[in-house]
Design a protein around this ligand. Structure first.
Ligand SMILES: CC(C)(COP(=O)(O)OP(=O)(O)OC[C@H]1O[C@@H](n2cnc3c(N)ncnc32)[C@H](O)[C@@H]1OP(=O)(O)O)[C@@H](O)C(=O)NCCC(=O)NCCS
Length: 178
């Protein structure tokens, strides 16, 4: 399947929001409370992604995976987090989602590598991300890309306390394929 990975623009906000909501529902059913998932709104998500897309920070971005027929089928949001105003030296994948029917076709791996490559000119080669511990397929995905378990924390979503784990890469450029 021919897939192009490109930088997202403001007209992609609705497609990104749809993937975000639909993939949350398919991925987190049985993990995140049902009423929280049912309450997710395409309109609110689109507004939020529109705001994010309009900020345009350096060393941060959103990439979309676009199928040959023009449909956006996945996206990744990446950047360098700031902690108390001071930039840290590692990159972070803030969100990575591929529509359920297009998963396991190598699209997530491509989105991940493209995000990493876009951080490289900023001198960022170490990476970190957080994932819900019960999201086992995603944990397997990160491990398959060389991520090492780092830490754990909790997050409350829809009134339910959930365990999160972090995965890290000391030098992700070492494992980017040629
Ligand atoms: C996690 C996700 C981004 C991975 O993207 P993807 O396109 O499905 O994954 P890829 O096809 O690139 O997989 C690369 C490798 O990761 C591993 N992997 C991916 N999905 C897996 C799964 N469900 N079970 C086991 N291993 C998996 C495999 O080793 C795979 O290589 P292989 O297919 O050659 O064996 C995607 O499945 C997704 O959007 N899931 C739902 C949302 C989600 O959990 N996002 C992450 C939130 S932190």
């Amino acid at each position: 399947m021919e897939i192009a990975i490109r930088e997202a623009c403001s007209r992609d906000a609705a497609a990104i929001a749809r993937i975000h909501v639909d993939t949350w529902r398919t991925t987190y059913a049985g993990i995140v409370p049902d009423d929280f998932l049912a309450g997710l709104s395409y309109v609110k998500r689109e507004q939020a992604w529109n705001e994010t897309l309009s900020i345009g920070l350096p060393a941060a971005g959103i990439l979309v995976a676009e199928a040959a027929w023009g449909e956006i089928i996945g996206f990744v949001a990446y950047g360098v987090p700031e902690r108390e105003g001071a930039p840290v030296s590692h990159g972070e994948i803030a969100a990575i989602y591929v529509l359920e029917e297009q998963q396991r076709l190598g699209i997530g791996r491509r989105l991940f590598w493209e995000a990493v490559q876009r951080l490289s000119p900023y001198g960022i080669s170490s990476m970190l991300l957080w994932v819900l511990e019960d999201n086992l397929p995603a944990c397997r995905f990160y491990k398959s890309l060389g991520g090492e378990y780092l830490d754990r924390d909790t997050i409350t979503i829809g009134g339910k306390e959930l365990e999160m784990v972090s995965y890290g890469w000391r030098d992700v450029t070492e494992i980017i394929p040629e």
